[in-house]
Design a protein around this ligand. Structure first.
Ligand SMILES: C[S@@+](CC[C@H](N)C(=O)[O-])C[C@H]1O[C@@H](n2cnc3c(N)ncnc32)[C@H](O)[C@@H]1O
Length: 338
C-alpha cells in the first residue's frame, strides 16, 4: 500500500494523489540535474533542475525559450515543504520580482511569451513589473472554484495570469489549438438545420473561441490522477491551454518555479520540450515521477479530440471517438524507472 509522503498514514480509497516513497526518492534523485556553471542547451533540455532559480538562470543560454510560465510564491505567507515564504509589503514584493524578472526575460526568444500568475494581493505589482519590460497582451482570470469562505468578505475565488510578449507585432499564438467545446442551451436553426452548432456525443455543442475568463478548470483534488501533495499545484488543463496557444510543437517551455512539475509534464504530453527549476528536492522527485508516468499516459483531463471541454462533461467525452481511459487504482500507470 502506498503511503502519504512515504510515511505511515494510509491513503483513503479513491485517493489517487501521487506520492514518492523514500525508496523511490533514492532512484528519482539521481535523475535530477544540478548545475553551477554556464550550460549548453543540450544539457538542460527535458531536465528537472534542482536548485535556486536566481542562481541557475545566470548559467542558462540566452533566448532559448518559446514560452516561460512563471508561478512564483504569491505575496502571502505559505510553507513550501519546510521553506516558508513570508508576506511582505507590496513595495518589497515589487523589488523581489524586479530582482529576477529581467534575467528571466533574457532567456526568452524574440517572438516568445511569458505567462505570470498572481492573486488579488500581487496582481497589481505583477502588472507594474511586467509592463516595465514587456508588452502586456492580456490578463486571464481563472475562476479556481476553490477558496476559503470569509465572514466579512467575498470568498476569494480568482487568480490572474498575465500574458506578455517581447514583440507585440511578432509573437507565436495559435488560437485554433485552444478552442472550447461548449454546450448550447438556445440552439438556433435555419431551414431546420443547426446554426453554428452540432449534435454530437449525446448533446448539442458549439466550438467557440476561448476568452480571457477561464471558468472550466478546477484545482486538482485528491481523486484526480494528476493530484500531488504540493500546496499550490496548477492543473494540467490550465497549462495545456497556455502551451498549445503560445508554444509551437517541439518548442521549449521554461518554468523557473516548477513546484510539482505540472508545466514540464503537460509540455511532454503535448510534444513540447521543457526545462524546469525547483529548489525543493521532494517536489523535484514528484515532478520526475509524473514525467515517467507521462511515458505511458498522455491524457490531460478536460482536453480531448483537440478541444477543451467544459467541467462535468466526462461522460460525454467518453462517448466521443477518442480513448479517454483514465488510469485507475486497479490498473495504475507504470512508475518504474526502466
Ligand atoms: C507557486 S509554487 C509553483 C507550483 C507549480 N506551478 C505546480 O503546478 O506545482 C512555487 C514553487 O517555487 C519554488 N521556489 C520558490 N523560490 C524558489 C527559488 N528561488 N528557486 C527555485 N524554486 C523556488 C517553491 O518551492 C514552490 O514549489
Amino acid at each position: 500500500m502506498e503511503n502519504i509522503n512515504g510515511g505511515n498514514r494510509k491513503k483513503a480509497p479513491g485517493n489517487r494523489t501521487i506520492n514518492v516513497s523514500n525508496e523511490e526518492k533514492k532512484t528519482l534523485r539521481q535523475t535530477l540535474t544540478v548545475i553551477n556553471c554556464p550550460q549548453k542547451l543540450d544539457n538542460i533540455i527535458n531536465r528537472t533542475i534542482l536548485g535556486n532559480t536566481f542562481q541557475i538562470i545566470q548559467y542558462m543560454p540566452v533566448a532559448f525559450a518559446d514560452l516561460i510560465f512563471i508561478d512564483p510564491p504569491y505575496n502571502i505567507t505559505r510553507d513550501f515543504n519546510g521553506v516558508k515564504f513570508n508576506k511582505i509589503s507590496n513595495e518589497n514584493y515589487f523589488k523581489f520580482v524586479q530582482a529576477w524578472l529581467p534575467q528571466i526575460i533574457k532567456l526568452l526568444k524574440p517572438n516568445g511569451s511569458i505567462y505570470f500568475c498572481s492573486d488579488l494581493h500581487s496582481t497589481a505589482v505583477v502588472q507594474q513589473a511586467l509592463q516595465e519590460h514587456l508588452h502586456i497582451i492580456n490578463r486571464i482570470t481563472w475562476q479556481r472554484d476553490k477558496g476559503r469562505g470569509a465572514k466579512q468578505n467575498w470568498k476569494n475565488n480568482m487568480e490572474d495570469i498575465w500574458f506578455a510578449v517581447v514583440n507585440k507585432k511578432n509573437y507565436y499564438f495559435n488560437v485554433n489549438a485552444v478552442k472550447q467545446k461548449r454546450q448550447v442551451f438556445a440552439p438556433y436553426t435555419e431551414n431546420n438545420k443547426p446554426k453554428d452548432w452540432q449534435m454530437s456525443d449525446g448533446g448539442k455543442f458549439r466550438i467557440t473561441h476561448p476568452s480571457n475568463f477561464w471558468d472550466d478548470i478546477s484545482i486538482p483534488y485528491w481523486s484526480m490522477s494528476e493530484n500531488t501533495p504540493h500546496p499550490t499545484q496548477k492543473p494540467e488543463k490550465l497549462l495545456a491551454k497556455i502551451i498549445l496557444a503560445s508554444c509551437p510543437e517541439n518548442g521549449i517551455v521554461l518554468d523557473p518555479f516548477l513546484g510539482s512539475g505540472t508545466t514540464s509534464v503537460t509540455a511532454k504530453k503535448l510534444g513540447r520540450l521543457y526545462v524546469g527549476i525547483e529548489m525543493n528536492e521532494e517536489y523535484c522527485c514528484i515532478s520526475e515521477k509524473r514525467l515517467l508516468n507521462a511515458n505511458a499516459n498522455k491524457t490531460i483531463q478536460g482536453y480531448a479530440d483537440n478541444v477543451f471541454w467544459e467541467r462535468n462533461t466526462y461522460n460525454m467525452q467518453k462517448k466521443s471517438g477518442q480513448n479517454h481511459k483514465q488510469p485507475s487504482r486497479k490498473n495504475p500507470i507504470p512508475t518504474t524507472l526502466t
